[in-house]
Design a protein around this ligand. Sequence first.
Ligand SMILES: *Cc1c(COP(=O)(O)O)cnc(C)c1O
Length: 388
Amino acid sequence: MTKKSPQTTLIHSDYRAPAGFDAFPTAIHHASTVLFKDVASMRASDWKNKDAYTYGLHGTPTTFTLEARLAEIEGGNHCLLAPSGLAAISMVDLALLKSGDDVLLPDNVYNPNRELGRWLSSDFGITARFYDPLVGAGIADLIQPNTRLVWTEAPGSVSMEVPDLRAISDAAHAKGVLVALDNTWAAGLALRGFDVGADIVMQALTKYQSGGSDVLMGAVITRERALNDRIAQAHMRLGLGVGADDAYLVLRGLETMQLRFDAHDRAAREVAAWLKARPEIARVLHPAFDDCPGHETWKRDFTGAGGLFSVLFDARYTEEQTDRFVDALHLFGIGYSWGGTHSLAVPYRIQAMRRGWSDAGILVRFNIGLEAVDDLIADLEQAFAHLS
Ligand SMILES: *Cc1c(COP(=O)(O)O)cnc(C)c1O
């Protein structure tokens, strides 16, 4: 080859680092273009084949490694990554639903999923209907000939009812309907979705998997190859790639996820028990506590609970008073999402969110982070003084 100009030399170098490097972290591969060794191998390539690489959007060693680890934790065989948990949810809907179809969603579903359902109904000729999360086997009565998908969420991440996933799955499968589970709360640790009958398990990796409140990502995990391939078509058509650095952060978070999850779980139960004894609190909505609807189902199916739960204030307190309580907290941030090291508190207007919600009290949801429990309790105690 003729001598290259400095400008070309800056871009084309003959140096190759020696092969054989090994270390614990998964390498971060940044790539849009993936290089083929010749035209024949480019022509022979297939984006669906995960034994090889075609284009950054369809996978790199970094994203394939993350997919494989997530599938393994959940007990599935295939995994697709999306740039947020919500993108993972919409990918499932767009893959499996078409005009004329019907989808069932629990009435306590993650609110943006409800919003997506409304959009499918208003603009895409798909009906989205909402069911009582405690419906159990009664879901059979709601399934129509055009129902294609039943979404479940365990528990609903604001009002915390634990659905009977086995009963819902059995009834749906008897009618040939697929079941998708939003398993973000249990992270594939406290519940493995396929064990209770889900066909598709979705997780917001934004929560415990990343663990740092610094990444948005979602995953869709399946066991059946044909089902994965249908969802993969939507993944490709919608162009739902994830960034290499973000994938790395989730891979790094996974190694400590079980330890963090267990620590969140222990701390949340302590804080919830303390709150339950307070006269200001009417009910604690934590699946491990018996005032939580679906508590018996949680005991049967789950092995843990993580750090997220809600409380209902006594009905004598106004929203103005409970807002003052939340504002007075020092260690609890006010903000959405959860699963990170920092504790959070968010008031919800639950009566406006749900059909037939009978409790009058104000709902506040807590994410218990990894701060010392005594400090969190002292903070809550001083905030209670601001109620009146
Ligand atoms: C956070 C969350 C999502 C969405 O995840 P994002 O990454 O924030 O889009 C979906 N479902 C549940 C239950 C969640 O808590």
